[in-house]
Design a protein around this ligand. Structure first.
Ligand code: ADP
Ligand code: MG
Length: 181
């Protein structure tokens, strides 16, 4: 959610989120066509001592890129950020799910619904994979076409139900050892 929010704050019009879960690892990728970062801005963003706390005054600690970097470093994960000013940013993160200090992934339905519901004129594509195999793909613009703006409780509920049905199919596929696209 936080990475997508960064992308939108960077003025992105197209955001691609990839979540790939395997038994032992979780790969998260957020790619955007926002304003990008210079090397200096990126270095500052990764510096845990920099955060000025102005932008998210009421935010809990433990979010943001610096946190993600600390967490991946401390748990044997990997964080790679590719960014070009004026072009966009790719954040690629691999986490060892067996490491005790890696927080649980949480509720994907809620997370995906939340990122689809951010206000603004942008497209968001969510690619959900399991063991590197693509399982389902959600496109915000297509959802909005079908459900209307994702701002009302009713359309958000339908969006969540849609994601739930895909997640259930994925979990079922995992149990049966087969995954249908
Ligand atoms: N996707 C992105 N595109 C451009 N700049 C970004 C992106 N993600 C992060 N940044 C830059 O890195 C800074 C730190 O991000 P973050 O750690 O999420 O903290 P915050 O969003 O509270 O500033 C942002 O303020 C922004 O300048
Ligand atoms: Mg942020």
């Amino acid at each position: 959610m936080d990475l997508v929010q960064n992308s939108l704050e960077a003025g992105a019009k197209q955001v691609i989120v990839r979540v790939d879960e395997a038994v032992d690892q979780l790969i998260l990728e957020v790619q955007d066509d926002g304003c990008g970062m210079s090397e200096a801005v990126l270095a500052r963003a990764l510096d845990p001592f920099y955060t000025d706390g102005r932008k998210h005054r009421h935010r809990k600690v433990g979010l943001g890129l610096a946190f993600l970097k600390q967490m991946t470093d401390a748990t044997g994960g990997m964080l790679r950020i590719e960014s070009q000013p004026g072009q966009g940013t790719l954040v690629h993160c691999r986490l060892d799910r067996r490491h005790v200090d890696v927080p649980p992934a949480g509720d994907w339905v809620q997370t995906f619904t939340g990122m689809l519901a951010f206000d603004g004129d942008y497209d968001l594509v969510i690619e959900r994979c399991a063991d590197a195999e693509m399982h389902y793909r959600i496109c915000r613009s297509e959802l909005i076409e079908a459900l209307g703006e994702l701002q009302t409780a009713a359309s958000l509920k339908l969006a969540a139900e849609y994601i739930v049905s895909h997640e259930e199919a994925l979990q079922k596929g995992k149990e049966n050892g087969t995954i249908d696209a």
